[in-house]
Design a protein around this ligand. Structure first.
Ligand code: OFO
Length: 165
């Protein structure tokens, strides 16, 4: 089924949102690196890769449906982070924001009675549940560690990351 004009436009906007998420997390990876928190930095480099994959999957969906695909500007991400907790809190809030964007796409698919896109988007709905949980877990980790316990938090995070591999 051909995508509606609104759906094609919203999916294009979501490609940009995913690439912006990648860039947003890349800025966080660089900030963690500057703070000497190498494991947190690595976690956010990985998140960058995931967000690029999310954007690519959407772009390919547009191309597979012969819908117009237009690459948009990606804005500069914030880079003046003050603490690990501030970064993770912002990442947590960002994932909630992205969940709202995905829900709006699902609503558009329902309005269009576009079952194929609705089912395609289910992957993103599930992914958002995982990403919100994962950021919540990181937030709990930095909050319970406090600024003095970040070295230990890095060790815990390294263990969590190797378990996920
Ligand atoms: Fe693409 O899931 Fe995070 O933002």
């Amino acid at each position: 089924m051909a995508l509606s004009e609104q759906m094609a436009r919203k999916l294009n906007d979501q490609v940009t949102a995913e690439f912006y998420s990648a860039y947003y997390y890349l800025g966080m990876a660089v900030a963690f690196n500057a703070m000497g928190l190498k494991v947190f930095s690595e976690r956010f480099f990985e998140q960058y890769d995931e967000e690029i994959a999310h954007g690519m999957k959407l772009l390919r969906y547009l191309l597979d449906h012969k819908a117009p695909a237009e690459l948009q500007e990606i804005r500069r991400p914030p880079q003046d982070w003050q603490s690990a907790e501030q970064i993770i809190q912002a990442a947590r809030e960002h994932e909630t924001y992205v969940t709202g964007l995905i829900n709006a796409l699902v609503a558009q698919a329902e309005q269009d009675r576009d079952d194929e896109t609705h089912s395609f988007l289910q992957w993103y709905v599930d992914e958002q549940v995982e990403e919100e949980e994962s950021m919540e877990e990181l937030l709990d980790l930095v909050k319970s560690a406090g600024p003095a316990g970040l070295a230990a938090a890095e060790q815990q995070l390294a263990a969590m990351m190797s378990k996920d591999e």
